[in-house]
Ligand binder design. Structure first.
Ligand SMILES: [Zn+2]
Ligand SMILES: [Zn+2]
Length: 272
């Protein structure tokens, strides 16, 4: 089992240290963990100018020695809106031998072009339909022009509209943008993450929704990973087996393992 989406205190919204997260992963017997701390450049985001890569990598090296032969620890990041900051994202991605980069949309454009917090009521000020449309257009732009290996929580807007309004909209009206994003992921040889955090918020399946995963498969998508999006020690490894079974039920027989931003191994999804 592996968990490719774990935050540590190098993210502004997590108190647990990388040491604590690694110890928890070891106690669960996980084989690999990616510490995907937040990197943002949007003005007003708590993660902007927060991430300290040198310190992060020093701590990671120390933990790699401690857990040598026990857990593989990936040098990773969760980059937000990297398509809007190509120079910054490119520089950071090239500065270190990263193993894995998640690409996310946390900020969504309003009709006047300004950005709103997607995880907040602010992101839905112009109505749910407008928010879904803005979100999926933004995901397509990220998929086409951003820096990432896998897209994180592809339909984050569903998780947020559920968490804030207890409402989830049907996806058919946004199909054009969803398809554009999925095609870009596939053409660029990138992948999608199965994100189990939705289950902890009472949603019936991990993200992305079944219709999105099915469509990805139909279009030829093969690369998937799984992550808990843990921000707390108790959530490390949460529902990873459920995520694996979910992927298997959608026709994905293997999960991708990454190193140095390349797929280096395939793990059977039914190996649970
Ligand atoms: Zn995220
Ligand atoms: Zn995250």
């Amino acid at each position: 089992m592996f968990d490719y989406h774990v935050h540590t205190a190098y993210s502004p919204d997590t108190y647990a240290t990388m040491e604590e997260m690694a110890a928890r992963a070891a106690s669960l017997g996980l084989e690999a963990v990616a510490f995907t701390d937040h990197v943002e450049w949007v003005e007003g985001d708590g993660a902007t100018d927060y991430f300290r890569p040198e310190s992060y990598l020093r701590t990671l090296e120390h933990l790699r020695r401690r857990y040598d032969g026990q857990i593989e620890l990936l040098a990773a990041m969760e980059m937000g809106s990297s398509h809007r900051f190509p120079a910054e994202a490119g520089r950071l991605a090239a500065a270190h031998p990263w193993d894995y980069i998640l690409g996310s949309v946390h900020w969504m454009p309003r009709s006047d072009g300004s950005l709103a917090r997607g995880w907040h009521r602010e992101g839905f000020e112009e109505g749910l339909e407008a928010a879904y449309a803005a979100y999926f257009r933004e995901v397509a732009a990220l998929a086409e022009g951003g820096t990432y290996d896998c897209l994180a929580h592809f339909d984050f807007v569903r998780r947020n509209s559920w968490a804030i309004f207890r409402q989830i909209l049907p996806l058919e009206p946004y199909r054009e943008w969803i398809d554009a994003a999925l095609r870009a992921v596939i053409e660029r040889g990138k992948g999608l993450e199965i994100n189990t955090s939705a289950l902890r918020r009472g949603m019936p399946t991990p993200l992305p929704a079944p219709e999105i995963l099915r469509r990805y498969r139909e279009l030829g998508g093969e690369i998937v990973t799984v992550g808990s999006d843990a921000h707390r020690v108790v959530d490390v490894g949460a529902d990873i087996r459920v995520g694996m079974r979910y992927a298997a039920s959608m026709g994905f027989r293997y999960f991708a393992r990454f190193r140095r931003r390349r797929v280096v191994a395939w793990i059977a999804t039914d190996d649970t």
